[in-house]
Design a binder for this molecule. Structure first.
Ligand SMILES: C[S@@+](CC[C@H](N)C(=O)[O-])C[C@H]1O[C@@H](n2cnc3c(N)ncnc32)[C@H](O)[C@@H]1O
Length: 332
């Protein structure tokens, strides 16, 4: 398994004046930083809009404009983390591409532009994709855990799924459908952000707000049978589905603009910006519905996490795991 082991060096400007926890004290400025009507079944909760077409418990992330903006920002963050690449699998002239859990469809649209000869299909539980898309790109409303109806079956050159784990309980079914729908010589790529938070310089205490947030998310999702993905878990499930030659790579995602390296600093700033709505997006429904937490308490956990990420004295990061693999030449 390939992994990024190099320690991220903290910007000395961030280390200066530790008595002040605000990034402003280091001179850092983050400001740069086709369907039926039942598809419109929405739930409004804690000031956010959730989509309920496949059942209220299916997708615990909001689907409103605030969330769509966050997803588009995160796409840009991911591109920077992956050095501008839309994928790590070594694609050669793909003809049919499938994006599971496409969100706003931004990755699928970029792929359609990058591979104009390919047909790109994006599926999602919610119809939050734009109408104006490249002619070789289209979207379908679908639950990846249901029986896939794409025909011919073994026809995709490339199947991609990024940050969908929170909406998947039956990974074995999803992965075996990925296996069965990839043509010989094709590729599957998964990208999942880990809920485990790290720190290399002892600036994260046990009660750090962001650490507590991720531990609480882990507990809630594990309770509901959707444990946050670890690379080991993803690899084990992929092997069960029949995949053999699995390549895994970890990108470090700094939570805040504390790194010295300019590229990582920019990524950290973008992550911090995303956290402004991200903690509540990931936390509110899960904490209140699954753990039965009072909404005020749930909001406090999210606010404490944001406060921790905004504190320049805490040098936190997590991993974006990218796994890509080809099914064996003969599979069905
Ligand atoms: C965090 S967003 C990521 C969106 C997109 N993949 C990206 O990286 O920008 C997760 C998306 O996965 C979708 N999703 C979750 N579970 C799903 C399922 N079982 N079937 C289809 N889509 C699913 C959600 O509706 C949401 O749009």
């Amino acid at each position: 398994m390939a992994t990024t082991t190099a320690t991220i060096e903290v910007d000395p400007a961030v280390l200066a004046n530790a008595a002040d926890s605000d990034y402003a004290s280091s001179g850092y400025d983050t400001s740069t930083a086709s369907l039926t009507s039942s598809v419109n079944d929405y739930i409004f909760e804690n000031g956010r809009r959730y989509h309920a077409y496949f059942g209220a418990e299916k997708n615990l992330l909001p689907t409103d404009e605030l969330e769509q903006d966050r997803l588009d920002l995160h796409h840009e963050t991911m591109l920077r983390m992956m050095n501008g690449r839309l994928h790590d699998a070594p694609l050669r002239g793909p003809q049919r591409i499938l994006d599971i859990g496409t969100g706003t469809g931004i990755w699928a649209i970029d792929m359609a532009d990058a591979y104009p000869a390919a047909e790109v299909v994006g599926t999602d539980l919610s119809p939050t994709q734009p109408g104006w898309v490249p002619p070789n790109c289209r979207f379908e409303l679908d639950d990846a855990e249901r029986e896939w109806t794409f025909r011919p079956k073994e026809s995709f050159d490339y199947i991609h799924a990024r940050n969908v784990a929170q909406g998947i309980s039956d990974w074995d079914k999803v992965m075996s459908q990925m296996y069965g729908h990839t043509r010989p010589g094709g590729w599957v790529e998964l990208a999942e952000t880990s809920a485990k938070i790290h720190c290399d310089d002892n600036t994260m205490s046990a009660d750090n707000g962001a650490k507590v947030f991720f531990e609480t998310i882990d507990e809630a999702l594990t309770n509901m049978g959707r444990p946050p993905p670890t690379v080991e878990l993803l690899q084990r499930r992929l092997r069960t589905a029949g995949f053999v030659d699995i390549q895994a790579f970890a990108y470090k995602q700094p939570l805040g603009p504390w790194p010295k390296d300019p590229r990582l600093k920019q990524i950290g700033a973008m992550v911090m910006l995303g956290c402004e709505t991200g903690f509540q997006a990931y936390g509110m429904a899960v904490f209140t519905r699954v753990l039965g937490m009072d909404p005020l308490r749930a909001k406090q956990v999210c606010d404490d996490a944001l406060k921790a990420v905004r504190n320049k004295n805490f040098h936190l990061y997590n991993h974006l795991w990218v796994l890509f693999l080809a099914p064996p030449p003969c599979h069905a």
